[in-house]
Design a protein around this ligand. Structure first.
Ligand code: UDP
Length: 474
């Protein structure tokens, strides 16, 4: 791409959160913007770049470039990395809190310097920022360099709306919340009803000052020029319409399944192949189990789920990553479990989840309800058993089970019991028992597929965003 050509295009500096569930939506948003004539500078953290290089088996002599393919097809995407200040050996998953503290306190100066240099070296570009909403410092960088600030939210609009209306909840005397009390809330614009028992754990902070400090990103996002949401408009239309009264919000999901431009799924870990194993199983007979890339649970929970799976006699694939029980060198499974399951189950550390869910043999998903996992399951019309652990997952569960009726709860409280696990699995995988869940799942699947059509909500909202953005930039 000649510099003169690049200079004519609006230029997005894009910075995702360094977690698996944020990387792919940001990659696909970048591809979509590039296919609409934007120049992109995609900024990955160095350790994420190293993980991607390793998981895609690229050696040092053949440097990994996330967007090499896209560039070959004419898209204008620069790929670059920036350091988070930690050594490559530092285990960011295990020391998540320390890592995050630094991402909010020390990392902004690095971004500031990077953005300053980028703009200086390309003075003619109309640059703007596209930054993950969780990075509360985005508005300061945008203000300093006078850049249009686009915030990208990769969780449900309901989760966004709760954080956004923190002050309203305070005015209504909601805080401090106690873990064991439950209140129904029906005063949040665009949200018919939500129970505090389903709140994200961080909203259950007893001290309001600590809470609003943790949610500083929700105050900062109010300064954004545009907010993009990786949600499907039809599924959360009231919530997004209500938010639109304050700022321009656009539902541009499911961004990982965009139809009319290329999409990419990149794993941070090597993917084990499950296709051979799955192809020997009959349609709809296999339960897929995964708790995503981040959460930790106890050895006891892993054990109850393991024996629950055996008791259910249902075939299963379990992507159980080392580190899930908090120690990097174990996956927490009971000793001898992998020998016990014989060909009833396949245990792997990581897989290509979408490929697994798309396989006709898979008939159900036992999930921690990470937002990407939920969207992928909805996309495939696969009903879920929900075991939310942290972050947005309890709210996502509410959407899946209570609102859209495409899933069931694994257990009603935090205790997980193998007999209950087995019963829930049999219910979900049983043809008769799960009939209505499957019908609803198919309806929601249709909604997602329609959203990605040429005249679907994703495309319409994306076009609207681009028009509004161009107007603002020029
Ligand atoms: N994933 C995957 N292989 C696995 C487990 C998970 O590719 O073995 C992907 C999954 O497809 C999803 C992401 O990892 O896109 C996890 O994101 P999610 O929001 O569901 O959960 P998080 O990891 O953020 O808790």
């Amino acid at each position: 791409m000649k510099m003169e050509e690049r200079q004519l295009k609006p230029h997005a500096i894009i910075i995702p959160l360094p977690h698996q569930g944020h990387i792919n939506p940001f990659i696909n948003l970048s591809l979509k913007l590039a296919s609409n004539g934007f120049a992109i500078t995609f900024v990955n953290l160095e350790f994420i770049h190293q993980m991607l290089s390793k998981s895609h088996h690229i050696n040092a002599t053949n440097e990994f470039d996330l967007f090499a393919e896209a560039r070959k097809s004419g898209l204008d995407i620069c790929y670059t990395t920036i350091s988070d200040g930690f050594s490559p050996e530092f285990d960011r998953g295990i020391h998540l809190e320390e890592f995050w503290k630094s991402m909010l306190q020390n990392f902004p100066a690095r971004v500031d310097e990077f953005v300053g240099k980028t703009i200086k070296s390309d003075p003619y570009l109309d640059s703007f920022l596209v930054i993950d909403t969780f990075f509360s410092w985005a508005s300061q960088v945008a203000e300093k360099y006078n850049l249009v600030n686009v915030s990208f939210w990769t969780e449900p609009a309901l989760v966004f709306s709760l954080g956004y209306h923190l002050d309203l909840m305070k005015e209504n005397g909601l805080f401090p919340l106690k873990d064991n009390t439950d209140k129904e809330i029906n005063y949040i614009p665009g949200v018919q009803s939500v129970h505090t028992r389903d709140f994200m754990r961080y909203l259950k902070e007893s001290d309001f000052a600590t809470l609003s400090n943790k949610l500083a990103f929700m105050t900062e996002v109010k300064k954004a020029d545009f907010i993009l949401h990786n949600i499907v408009h039809e599924l959360e239309s009231d919530t997004i319409s209500a938010l639109n009264k304050y700022q321009p919000n656009y539902a541009i999901g499911p961004i990982n399944f965009v139809k009319n431009s290329a999409t990419v799924h990149k794993s941070l870990w090597s993917e084990s192949d499950c296709t051979h194993w799955l192809d020997l199983k009959s349609p709809g007979s296999v339960l897929y189990v995964s708790f995503g890339s981040l959460v930790h649970t106890s050895k006891c929970v892993i054990e109850e789920i393991a024996y629950g799976l055996l008791l259910s006699e249902v075939d299963f694939i379990w992507a159980v990553r080392a580190g899930i029980v908090g120690s990097a060198d174990t996956n927490g499974l009971p000793d001898g479990f992998e020998d016990e399951i014989k060909d009833k189950g396949l245990i792997i550390p990581w897989c290509n989840q979408i490929t697994v869910l798309e396989n006709p043999a898979v008939g159900g998903f036992l999930t921690h309800c990470g937002w990407n996992s939920v969207m992928e399951s909805l996309w495939c019309g696969t009903p879920m058993i929900c075991y939310p652990v942290d972050f947005d997952q309890p709210i996502n569960r509410k959407l899946v089970v209570d609102d859209w009726k495409v899933g069931i709860n694994l257990c009603d409280d935090t205790s997980v019991d193998r007999k209950e696990v087995a019963e829930k699995i049999k219910y979900l995988m049983g043809e008769t028992s799960s009939k209505s869940l499957r019908q609803e799942s198919n309806k929601v699947k249709e909604t997602l597929r329609n959203a990605t059509e040429i005249d679907g909500s994703l495309e319409r909202n994306f076009d609207q965003f681009i028009n509004d953005l161009k107007e603002k930039i020029h």
